[in-house]
Design a protein around this ligand. Sequence first.
Ligand SMILES: Cc1cc2nc3c(=O)[nH]c(=O)nc-3n(C[C@H](O)[C@H](O)[C@H](O)COP(=O)(O)OP(=O)(O)OC[C@H]3O[C@@H](n4cnc5c(N)ncnc54)[C@H](O)[C@@H]3O)c2cc1C
Length: 472
Amino acid sequence: MKNKERLLIDPVKMPEQEPETRIHNQKEVPLGFSLDQAKREALRCLQCKNPKCVEDCPVNIDIPRFIGQIAEGDITAAVRTVKEKNVFPSICGRVCPQEEQCQSRCTVGKIHKDVDKSVGIGRLERFVADWDRAHYTENTVRVETKTGKKAAVVGSGPAGLTVAGDLAKKGHSVTVYEALHKPGGVLIYGIPEFRLPKAIVQQEVENLEKLGVQFRYNAIIGNTFTLQELRDEYDTVFIGTGAGLPRFLNVPGENLLGVYSANEYLTRANLMRAYDFPNSDTPILRDERVVIVGGGNVAMDAARTARRLGAEHSMIVYRRSLDELPARKEEVHHAKEEGIEFHLLRNPVEIFGDEQGWVTGIQVIKMQLGEPDESGRRRPIPIPDSEYKIDCGIVIVAIGNRPNPLLLKETPELQVRDKGTLQITPETGETSIPGVFSGGDIVQGAATVILAMGDGRKAAEAMHRYMTGEQE
Ligand SMILES: Cc1cc2nc3c(=O)[nH]c(=O)nc-3n(C[C@H](O)[C@H](O)[C@H](O)COP(=O)(O)OP(=O)(O)OC[C@H]3O[C@@H](n4cnc5c(N)ncnc54)[C@H](O)[C@@H]3O)c2cc1C
């Protein structure tokens, strides 16, 4: 097929649950491509000789190759290509910010001058991964002979799981220590079922167990065990404890009943199945009017969860404009379709409550945008005397997370940078303690799944060399 013809093919629309249906259930919103749809979308790829999409993929998947294989109908080959570089494609195909990474550099999108017309690389990655799960025909994983070396991984988020998988494949014995009672980190306690089904994460964990990886739950390093104890027992240790400590607004009224951190709200709703109360043990507050403060993926997830829990008005309050919203474009689009209300250029100044201490509303001030600040985004500036109250019964604060200081406090030898992130050697992920490596949100600050996985992969290579004495 000639490029001219490829460029005439319209992007294939992702089949999705209708908004009116999906706000009443927890099931995944996009339904995934059929084989025909995937092949058609794959035909849109121009198979660039110098593919910019690959440059912008943090794990450098050979994107044109796997898309070409889909177009030819050789999905098993496409699975192999993707898995060469990405251990968890069914997760990344769902939650990676593709529109800012691979798809932002796609030549097709550039020719059409519209990133939404780029080849749906993420959707095709998801298709390949789902095909693999449904038609699993070959074991693509090769495990090398046992080395007799032992590694401990602290935290079972995407960074820790990647390290565990990579080291197990190289023949090392790996034990993962997880503070919670389930593995997966944010993938399981933060990102809701309607964006990333728990069964997918669970299956990835089971695959690691098949490789011999052991999991120890309810094990808080820095409390249940010290890092030194792990250091004594294992040849090397990876710290992937993420950034699970919520930031708060520091405004009057923040201690009222009905104010949640997004972390608590989403953990209750997702991990502890509060949406199914009383069939599950965990209660959660419900209200007709819920305000979510923040504009990232976490805020969108909380707002969409509140809608599913019955909020007629689930309202995002964000201090900048739509252009600066840090959430993925697709998630904002889904949120809008589901009726989430956006109160933009507004900043909370106070939360009000009644005599019993329950939230009754939030006072916000209007903002305007000034010059760009250190983040490169235009600085929001309050407009004097523009405050007003939004009535609501629940306020959810989703303005960012910091690393949990517990392990770091218990281990003063670990060098920490500002904002509590860990200092590492960038090339290897090694911390200030020899043999102790790290990566993911604990190093990057609240970042992305794929960056956490990329860090994990780099650290695993360095840990392997550390344990075996192999040179690069
Ligand atoms: C609600 C939400 C939505 C998001 N949406 C997206 C998205 O759409 N796309 C995207 O790319 N990214 C998204 N992110 C960010 C992404 O999930 C994180 O960047 C990623 O999970 C970081 O991985 P990690 O392995 O470093 O840490 P985490 O996933 O945070 O995992 C860390 C694990 O370590 C455990 N732990 C912590 N301390 C200890 C200890 N002392 N001992 C033992 N275990 C410990 C924790 O319980 C946790 O299980 C989202 C984040 C949130 C909160």
